[in-house]
Design a protein around this ligand. Structure first.
Ligand code: SF4
Length: 317
């Protein structure tokens, strides 16, 4: 690395994107949120203790109860977030990414995404009818994000880039300026399609400026964006890091790339929990949908119809 680059990294102005702002909740806020902090820890301990959690990469199966425990963690985090935002200036009025009035933030690449949440998100979207199309968008965006970052990397090994380094940060800005919406954003409705399963990186982000300023095509973006990011407390972050190590999936921290890595690991298949029936795939890669047996033309109703007008043993009256 050239000396000028090194000095730039050490002493130059740090380029921060809106999702990088650090918010430190006050003691009062953390005290008010104690029950949800305890619930987050309990859910994390539950996930970490699931039998076979460290073998997912080999077995390609999740322990029974994985998604339920992940949902408990999200619920506890959301309660924590709702408590903390009351203590933040402008926190209650601010719109979140993925809801009308807050979707400007959905044009920047989502990161960091942890393995446990990427797995659960993959489980959610894999059965979608439009998954093949979605996978194409994820691939195109993931590739572009990597290109934008690698274009600025001056070291020999592109694998050894510092996440907080200039290449990654400027690459993230360059990518965002392309104004490619997150593949999960329904642009017409201005809604996140994975709202209940969206990553913590989206759940924690709370821009406190008007929506136009949060759009990366705004002239002042990213500097003009003031935002809170309600990260989990330190103890829960440490537990998550330990869990990530045990999962050993080594997923890319960018959402698009991590979902693709999972699809690759699973060879496009779904990831069932132990005890769940495997999902059947069609030739075009779509998950076979279960027949809806409550529609008018379903066999059971047809049977009833054909019996009408017949005698008790199917004979005509
Ligand atoms: S996952 Fe949802 S909230 Fe997050 S950037 Fe995508 S559309 Fe927005």
């Amino acid at each position: 690395m050239a000396l000028a680059d090194l000095l730039g990294i050490l002493f130059g102005p740090r380029l921060r994107l809106p999702r990088d702002h650090i918010t430190r909740p006050s003691r009062r806020a953390n005290k008010a949120a104690k029950a949800s902090i305890d619930a987050m820890q309990a859910a994390l301990d539950k996930i970490s203790a699931l039998p076979g959690i460290a073998d997912i990469k080999q077995t390609k199966r999740l322990p029974r109860g994985f998604s339920e425990a992940v949902q408990e963690l999200r619920t506890a985090y959301d309660e924590y977030f709702e408590t903390v935002r009351k203590f933040l200036p402008g926190g209650l009025e601010a719109k979140r990414p993925g809801e009308p009035g807050g979707c400007g933030a959905c044009y920047a690449a989502v990161m960091p995404v942890m393995a446990w949440e990427a797995i659960d998100l993959y489980r959610e979207v894999r059965p979608w009818r439009d998954f093949p199309k979605l996978a194409q968008r994820l691939a195109a965006q993931g590739e572009q994000q990597i290109k934008d970052i690698q274009a600025l990397h001056t070291g020999k090994d592109p694998e050894r880039m510092r996440m907080a380094g200039k290449a990654v940060q400027q690459g993230r800005v360059d990518y965002a300026k392309r104004m490619q919406a997150c593949p999960f954003l329904d642009e017409a409705k201005q809604r996140c399609r994975v709202w209940d399963k969206r990553p913590v990186a989206c759940r924690m982000h709370l821009p406190v400026v008007d929506e136009a300023t949060t759009r990366p095509d705004h002239a002042g973006w990213p500097k003009a964006v003031k935002a809170h990011n309600v990260r989990m407390p330190v103890r829960q972050q440490v537990t998550i890091r330990q869990l990530e190590k045990r999962l050993a999936l080594e997923l890319n921290p960018f959402m698009a790339a991590s979902l693709l890595q999972l699809a690759q690991l699973l060879e496009g298949q779904a990831m069932p929990e132990v005890g769940e029936a495997p999902q059947r795939m069609q030739q075009d890669g779509q998950v076979t949908q279960r027949a809806n047996r409550n529609v008018k033309h379903a066999k059971k109703f047809q049977k009833g119809k054909s019996q009408k007008g017949k005698g008790p043993k199917g004979r005509k009256k």
